[in-house]
Every structure is written in C-alpha cells, then in structure tokens.
Design a protein around this ligand. Structure first.
Ligand code: ADP
Ligand code: 5GP
Length: 202
C-alpha cells in the first residue's frame, strides 16, 4: 500500500481552516486525519487535553525537543507549538493522509524535512470577509480593519513555499478543491519507485 502524504493547511486566523478540515474528514473519513500538536499555552475554555492539544510546560516541551520527538516546532506569541513525529506516524499507519493545521513557519519547515509534503494556503474571498468571519459584521473600526489587513498581507509574504491557494468562499467548493489536490498528489510517483515496484529493478 502506498503511504499517505503530509498535507499542510495554513491561512489567516478565521479563514476557515478548522471548518474545511472537519468537513473534508466528515465527507471522506478514509482520506485523511489531523494530528494533535503539543503546546505550552494554557487550554482555552472548552479545549480538552489530547483532543485539541497536548498541553505541556516549557520544561516538558524542552525534553521532547531534546529527545527528537518533533517533526517541527515554532515559537509564536510567547508560546511554543510542535508537531509530534509519533502523531504523523499514527495517521500514516492507518493508511490515511496526514493533515497538519499549522502556521507558515512550521509549514516551510515541514517542506524542508519532507520534500513531498503538500502545502496548501487557504484564502478568504476578500479581506473584508475574513474580518466578518472573525468579528461579526461591522464590529471593527476602519483603523482596526486597516491594521488587520496589513497583518494578513505581511503574513502572506511568507507564503512562497506554498503551492496551492484555495479560496474558502463556498465551503463545499473549498472542501472539494482540497480533495482534488490530495487525490492528484496521491497519484504522483517517483520514476525510481515505479521502476522498482513495476519492473522489480533499480
Ligand atoms: P480557522 O480555523 O481558520 O481559524 P474557523 O474554521 O474557526 O477558522 O472558521 C472561522 C469562522 O468562519 C467560523 O465561524 C466558521 O463557521 C466560518 N466559516 C468557515 N468557512 C466558511 C465559509 N466557507 N463560509 C462562511 N463561513 C465560514
Ligand atoms: P492557537 O493557539 O490559536 O490554537 O494556534 C495559534 C497558531 O499556531 C495557529 O496558526 C495554529 O495553526 C498554529 N499551530 C498549532 N499547532 C501547531 C504546530 O504544531 N506547529 C506549528 N508550526 N503551528 C501550530
């Protein structure tokens, strides 16, 4: 059986990453599954250990890092986040593709570590829509909107390693586009693999 791929999904906060991934897994339960990351931040109300994150102290995070347990880690907003190799392996061993819902520095590092990882950036139909989804219609001052927009634009400058840009306007269309990307990427193969598997030689 061919091993699944590592699929990174990034995008600005509120664009719909969680919604798109949940809907994708609901429609195609055998296609892909997400991983649970480690973080040093405290759980938000309603968040559950082992479901949303593994919540660890700085010292525990350091220990995991020293033991080489992470595929990638990042420091963000004074907190630390990391993808465990064991989580990636857990999903791959189920014969599924792995979805990492992580930010862009992590995405770029995953691509360095796993060159055939697939990097998808989710875009809102417009910056205004993004702000609406984040805050509810009309709740922002013009100044705040400008600031948020410039932050999203600045973050986007890091998107160079990303190869797919999916607009999350109609949810169903976005989900199906991510499905198409995963399907097409799963059909990719390496000449040497094919030769070995099909003709039995190097
Ligand atoms: P993220 O995980 O990127 O921070 P969420 O998945 O939490 O974003 O989505 C943010 C908000 O936008 C949620 O209220 C969600 O229901 C809404 N949303 C997501 N996708 C769409 C869409 N295609 N159309 C309209 N609303 C959406
Ligand atoms: P939050 O604290 O809101 O849950 O997440 C903050 C940011 O960290 C989000 O962009 C989220 O996607 C990202 N993130 C969550 N887990 C990981 C991880 O393991 N690695 C990286 N690089 N980013 C992560």
């Amino acid at each position: 059986m061919k091993r699944g791929k590592v699929i990174v999904i990034s995008g600005p906060s509120g664009v719909g990453k969680g919604t798109v991934c949940r809907e994708l897994m609901k429609r195609y339960p055998d296609l892909a599954a997400t991983t649970v990351s480690v973080t040093t931040r405290a759980p938000r109300p309603g968040e559950v250990e082992g479901v949303h994150y593994y919540y660890r102290t700085n010292e525990e995070f350091d220990k995991l890092l020293a033991e080489g347990k992470f595929l990638e880690t990042v420091d963000k907003f004074t907190h630390r986040y990391g993808t465990l190799l064991s989580e990636v392996e857990r999903v791959l061993s189920q014969g599924k593709n792995v979805i990492l819902e992580i930010e862009m520095i992590g995405g770029a590092n995953v691509k360095k570590a796993i060159p055939d990882a697939v990097l998808i950036y989710l875009l809102p139909p417009s910056l205004e829509t993004l702000l609406e989804r984040l805050n509810g219609r009309g709740s922002e001052t013009e100044e705040q909107i400008k600031l948020r927009n410039s932050q999203v634009e600045k973050e986007f400058d890091q998107a160079e390693p990303y190869e797919y840009f999916v607009v999350n306007d109609d949810l169903s269309v976005a989900v199906e586009n991510v499905k198409k990307i995963i399907d097409a990427e799963s059909l990719k193969d390496d000449f040497r693999n094919v030769k070995k598997n099909y003709f039995g030689r190097n």
